[in-house]
Write a protein that binds this ligand. Structure first.
Ligand code: GLA
Length: 727
């Protein structure tokens, strides 16, 4: 079994396929962390906890007669605020007396097969009870009566585990949760690079790496969404780790709102990593008997480098996060109207897109923003989810009938959590948007944000959406979210609960998504937030694909898709060929093929030559679908390291075929271009038609290819498909 408990020494050991995670119930029932790293056979590693606890004035619990013991120095399993550990805490509870001294001790535990759902929250799931095992550990803060349940699930055959926390107020007085982080990992040294994904609109998820230094370093969002600026992903890679070798810890937060990932290197040069809901602008009131569940963190450890960390995440998310019909069923190849028409369309124009696209083999037309209320630009109508018959005479049913008649499926755009001040909904319910008393309501993109904490608001939006979705044959829905949250207040909550709004907003959105996916289980949902502003595992739970970025330039997309691949599988990365770049259509297709492929252009404007390229891409989409959606992803040349070239590949799990993509970003200084492939079976022989080359996997991975003859000017690319052949 992957989770063990050593009764005698009170030690827990959680083994994944690649890691061991060990902690102990120490004297006085403190929870002491002992080890997280490569899989090992041992249990009793208590001596590893000992640190120099004699920093200036470090306090120690009075009852423990151990010169070395200090909460300020020992590695903790779930550190608390204000009772001795001066580092960043995972938990701070302000009690009814007004202080936030917090101290939890072990009470009991249970270990069972499977994985529980998290109340109101997206979470990884086990397909069968024998796929995962869970430890629920109960601890108590005896003074406040806070019962703290630490949840750990190990996914047996992967390198992954998850952690989350549930807090229950067992006292008869209220308490306020000021900090509730979902996971803490204390590591014994500081020899790590912190890797994370930063960006902005049209530049999401750029990989950046920095060595840890003493003090606190962190990334966070307090924008109300996981954000374009920082993705809730962090890797701590040993300084000698590389793409293919070395110890790497990866952390990803299954949450779509304000988060923080904080790293503190302390006076002993040890590292504490914390991930959870951002404690800024957060405070949660727990009345007697109430409980709170924190979202979960996915933790991956591998001794085999950054690339293997990514592959563990990818397999896990394809298998244990993405759900529903479109998890496995082939998704229709779509064309989206946005970059082709923006708000300027009518039924005939959309039908003409569908007709031309159908001729080239595209399978679904998606009508983007602009179909509802009286919306001809972005200044109005969000919240009025009824069709604009001036644009679409005969309504949606007529448009869909004509699209379906062509043999095409149909998709639609929504921005359910938003409201335009210029809308019927706002005029009827001016208090339905998030706002605080006496302050102006800031506008973003001319819009306000609906108060998703309110049941009446959610009901209204669900009913409006449901009316459209029930009465029309709609196969796909793009769920957008185009601004940050400001003035995060709700008209219905009392003052002491106003700082719950950010989290309640996310819970409200999840509830609406849950309701919608249950009511319309066949609907394919693509998440979006001005491109990839909410590209996180929380959203992946509800939508198997997410629009990666509004930037559809294939060369700029390289960096975005490269960073995204750190933990997200290509199956979920919305990537379209558009007209918006001077780079040729072959390269546009080669880059977008490493994602959830589609088009975003006016097909009437394509030349015959471009149409021929599209037809070939459509055929390739079908040929490579399994590879690009379920293959193992290997990064070969990073666009962040090498500004001239980028290369990556998808290899079938049985290594029978592979697709490698090579792109020239700009003409390199040197034309010599050796490229060693990865992930192949050294003992298989492969044939590549594009190069007319037959060679062993061993040679392709060690001697590599010589691509010097490739045309190496800006925007050139190759898609190299290798098929294993009998010798
Ligand atoms: C966001 C999306 C775009 C498009 C527009 C419509 O910016 O990322 O793809 O849907 O909204 O307003």
């Amino acid at each position: 079994m992957p989770i063990f408990f050593d009764e005698k020494n009170k030690i827990f050991k959680l083994d994944t396929a690649t890691s061991s995670y060990i902690f102990q119930v120490y004297d006085e029932n403190y929870l002491i962390h002992l080890y997280y790293g490569a899989r090992i056979p041992d249990f009793d590693l208590t001596d590893l906890a000992y640190r120099d606890g004699s920093a200036s004035f470090s306090a120690a619990p009075a009852h423990i007669d151990d010169y070395y013991f200090s909460l300020d120095a020992f590695p903790q399993e779930y550190p608390c605020n204000g009772t001795g550990d001066m580092r960043l805490s995972a938990l701070a509870i302000r009690n009814a007396d007004g202080n936030a001294a917090t101290d939890i001790r072990y009470v009991s535990h249970r270990i069972y097969d499977g994985k529980p759902a998290l109340e109101g929250l997206p979470a990884l799931y086990a397909n069968s009870p024998d796929e995962a095992q869970t430890l629920e550990l109960e601890a108590l803060d005896a003074v406040t009566g806070a019962k703290v349940t630490l949840l750990y699930t190990v996914f047996n055959n992967t390198g992954a585990m998850t952690r989350s926390v549930r807090i229950e107020n067992t006292s008869d007085r209220p308490m306020d949760l000021q900090r509730v982080y979902s996971a803490c990992v204390d590591l014994p040294d500081m020899d790590y690079n912190m890797m994370h994904l930063y960006g902005k609109w049209v530049k999401e998820r750029t990989l950046t790496t920095r060595p840890l230094s003493h003090g606190i370093q962190s990334i966070a969002s307090k924008r109300g969404s996981s954000s374009h600026q920082h993705n809730p992903f962090v890797a701590l890679a040993k300084k000698d780790a590389s793409e293919d070798h070395g110890d790497v810890y990866g952390f990803n937060f299954v949450y779509s709102g304000n988060f923080a990932a904080e790293v503190e290197v302390d006076f002993n040069s040890t590292t504490r990593f914390l991930m959870g809901i951002n404690s800024t602008d957060f405070c949660w009131r727990l009345e007697a008997g109430e409980h709170f569940t924190a979202p979960e963190v996915v933790m991956v450890f591998t001794p085999d480098g950054i690339g293997e960390m990514s592959r563990i995440f990818h397999r896990l998310y394809n298998n244990n996060l993405i759900r529903g019909r479109w998890k496995t069923e082939k998704r229709p190849l779509l064309i989206n109207s946005w970059e082709a028409a923006y708000f300027d369309f009518d039924t005939d124009k959309l039908v003409s897109f569908a007709a031309r696209a159908k001729e080239m083999g595209v399978e679904m037309l998606v009508m983007d923003d602009g179909w509802f209320g009286c919306r001809n630009d972005d200044t109005n109508s969000l919240g009025d989810w009824f069709v604009n018959e001036k644009k679409l005479p005969g309504g949606l049913s007529e448009l869909i009938r004509r699209v379906n008649e062509l043999g095409m499926k149909f998709g639609i755009w929504y921005e359910p959590e938003m409201i335009s001040p210029d809308s019927d909904l706002y005029r009827a319910h001016p208090d339905w948007c998030l706002h605080v008393p006496d302050r102006a309501r800031s506008l973003g993109h001319h819009q306000c944000v609906l108060d998703m904490t309110r049941q009446d608001v959610r009901d209204n939006i669900f009913e409006q959406m449901s009316a459209v979705l029930s009465n029309n044959k709609i196969d796909y829905l793009k769920w957008d979210f185009n601004r940050n949250i400001t003035e995060a207040g709700s008209a219905l909550l009392p003052p002491e609960r106003q700082q719950e709004v950010f989290h309640r907003f996310v819970l409200g959105t999840y509830e609406l998504m849950d309701r919608l996916t249950k009511a319309f289980p066949d609907l394919l949902i693509e998440n979006c937030s001005g491109g990839g502003g909410r590209f996180d595992p929380g959203m992946l739970y509800f939508s198997p694909q997410i629009w990666c970025s509004d930037n559809t330039d294939p060369l700029e997309r390289l960096t975005i898709q490269f960073g995204t691949s750190m933990c997200y599988p290509t199956s979920c990365v919305g990537a379209h060929v558009s007209a918006n770049s001077r780079t040729g259509y072959v390269t546009k297709g080669n880059v977008a093929m490493s994602g959830s492929f589609g088009y975003e252009l006016d097909p009437n404007k394509l030349t015959d030559e471009e149409k021929a390229i599209v037809r070939k891409q459509v055929a390739d989409y079908h040929k490579y679908y399994n590879l690009t959606h379920f293959g193992d992803f290997y990064r070969l040349i990073a666009p962040t390291d090498n500004t001239f070239r980028c290369a990556w590949g998808h290899v079938a799990p049985d290594k029978s075929e592979a697709l490698f993509t090579v792109v020239i970003i700009r003409c390199p200084e040197s034309s010599a271009f050796p490229l060693r492939l990865k992930g192949l079976d050294p003992n298989k022989t492969y044939y590549c038609e594009a190069l007319d080359l037959t060679r062993s996997g061993a040679a392709l991975m060690n001697a590599g290819l010589n691509l010097t003859k490739m045309k190496q000017t800006d925007g050139e690319s190759l898609a190299l498909y290798f098929k294993a052949v009998e010798e």
